[in-house]
Design a protein around this ligand. Structure first.
Ligand SMILES: [Zn+2]
Length: 534
């Protein structure tokens, strides 16, 4: 037998514990046909041979929580890549506004809270960059936005305007909007801006896919698939341009109730080759940095004493139990966003209730983000069959952690953050994702933090005891995420019969013991090289 493609000249990490490394792999017709010695015998005149030159190849990475369409679209608009403070951010906005005189609104994304005092940029500062049109720019984690005066006026936000139940308007001493909006309050302004179209989302998805392939991602779970993004996937797949293998998590509209289940059932039938909309995204809380993550006990205020707020439950925990039991009965996977220990517990309670009512359905519910987990809840992950979906890049002492989180959650909860090691120790399943564009989708930087708990630019480790073994981290970003996507029979590990989806690295980080600066040189999907580092 002659293979299409043979990879040799280094090691391949298989993510298959029965044979963790092989030194050659052959594929034909898009699937793996041989490993090791046997692969080498399948080299014929028409075989393309990839020489690893001593580097490592891995299964294609699978991003279990990512936003390719919206983040790709952000990259095509005003964004803040390369900015590092308030001054450079304001300059960027001004340049973009001048370069786009035809736009009726200035829409953008990607600024960081740490660039502004208290994480709250003011309307006046944005006015200084653009004052002739409304402007609304979302921050890098998507949980807040910065609006100029014209946008706030258009939205009719006055000192008497109440905060929405799922968000907060930052205010000045007189109660007027200060310029920063949190969570649901962003909608108050956003709904006046021109909506994104399916065409926009198609362009965004293609741009996003490019970014993911560049970092070796061959599959993913899109963590927010609304109607437009759904249409965009169908169109891109229909045109044969969807390269990655995708599961879609359809957005649960928390302003509506169980009546939307029929719609989700209809949408589940509308998949395409490479796109399976079989999951439902339930956003349970916000983020710790703006005190909207739902905690079991209150946040601390000045002087380290407990204040009055424990964050926000976006979905009432009682209602959540009904929703999850219903979705589970219909065979949907639930993809939870939970940051605070309160939100994590609500998710686990809801899955427990579903299990009691429906019995085990094998829907592979998973909780993304898992920033703070109460120690009592760690063993409940394996007990309830819930997969932990980690965004490892966040598990370090970055500015968000040091300035905006640790002082307000206190030392005990500081130590309960991102307990990946404890989860594995009790037998939980672990998948990984980047949450791009909130964070980079550079998998090697993600794994660097997972194994060192130190930020890519240095610093002290965050709860070093929770650091992962490199093999466990690589396994989580491949086989672990494949399990979440119900795809482990096809991808996430290298074995005969599996799809030939791989990432080729520029060195062997397992031998060198360092991941941070490793680059992906080739991304292979179904035996085809779909990205090559130039
Ligand atoms: Zn996300």
């Amino acid at each position: 037998m002659t293979a299409d493609l043979v990879i040799t000249g280094g090691r391949l990490f298989t993510a298959d514990p029965t044979r963790l490394f092989v030194d050659a792999l052959a594929c034909d017709g898009g699937r793996i046909v041989a490993l090791g010695e046997e692969a080498l015998t399948s080299v014929g005149p028409g075989t393309e041979v990839v020489d690893l030159n001593g580097a490592l190849a891995t299964p294609g990475f699978i991003d279990a929580h990512v936003h390719p369409a919206s983040s790709g679209l952000d990259r095509l608009r005003l964004h803040f890549e390369g900015c590092d403070d308030a001054v450079s951010a304001v300059t960027r906005v001004g340049e973009y506004a001048r370069a786009h005189p035809d736009l009726t609104w200035i829409i953008g994304a990607g600024w960081q809270q740490s660039w502004f005092a208290g994480g709250r940029p003011s309307r006046e500062l944005l006015d200084s960059a653009v004052s002739d049109r409304p402007a609304l720019v979302v921050n890098t984690d998507g949980h807040g936005a910065w609006a100029n005066s014209m946008a706030l006026e258009l939205a009719g936000i006055e000192p008497t305007t109440p905060d929405p139940p799922d968000g907060r308007i930052e205010r000045d001493e007189r109660g007027a909007a200060q310029g920063t909006l949190h969570e649901g309050a962003v909608r108050l302004v956003e709904r006046h801006a021109p909506p994104d179209t399916v065409d926009d989302m198609v362009a965004g998805l293609l741009r996003g896919q490019e970014e993911l392939l560049r970092y070796g991602m061959t599959g993913w779970q899109d963590a927010i698939v609304d109607q437009r993004i759904h249409e965009a996937y169908l169109r891109v797949a229909g045109e044969g341009k969807l390269v990655g293998r995708v599961v879609g998590a359809m957005w649960w509209d928390r302003a509506r109730g169980l009546e939307q289940v029929d719609e989700l059932l209809d949408r589940r039938e509308r998949g395409a080759p490479g796109f399976r909309p079989m999951s439902v995204k339930l956003m349970l809380d916000g983020v710790a940095e703006n005190f909207t993550a739902s905690m079991l006990t209150p946040y601390l205020i000045e002087g380290g004493v407990p204040g009055g707020s424990s964050g926000i439950d976006f979905i009432d925990p009682g209602e959540l139990r009904e929703v999850v039991a219903t979705l589970d009965a219909h065979g949907f996977q639930c993809h939870f966003h939970a940051i605070g220990d309160g939100a994590v517990r609500s998710a686990l309670d809801a899955v427990e209730e579903a299990l009691t009512r429906n019995g085990p359905k094998g829907n592979r519910h998973h909780i993304a983000h898992i920033q703070v987990i109460h120690p009592d809840d760690v063993p409940r992950f394996p007990a309830l069959g819930v997969t932990a979906n980690a965004q490892p890049l966040w598990a370090c002492n970055d500015d968000y952690q040091v300035e905006l989180t640790r002082p307000f959650i206190g030392e005990e909860r500081y130590r309960w953050q991102y307990p990946f090691g404890s989860l594995l120790a009790v037998g939980a399943r672990l998948g990984m994702g980047s949450d791009w564009g909130v964070s980079t989708c550079n998998v090697m930087k993600e794994i660097h933090v997972a194994v060192t708990r130190v930020c890519p630019d240095g610093g002290a480790p965050l709860v070093i005891e929770q650091a992962l073994d490199p093999v466990d981290a690589l396994t989580a970003f491949t086989a672990g995420s494949a399990y979440i996507n119900h795809a482990e029979g096809d991808s996430g590990s290298l074995a005969v019969g599996m799809l030939a989806d791989l990432a080729v690295l520029d060195r062997d980080p397992l031998r060198e013991g360092a991941f941070r600066d490793v680059e992906v040189t080739k991304t292979i999907v179904g035996g085809e090289i779909v990205h090559e580092k130039s």
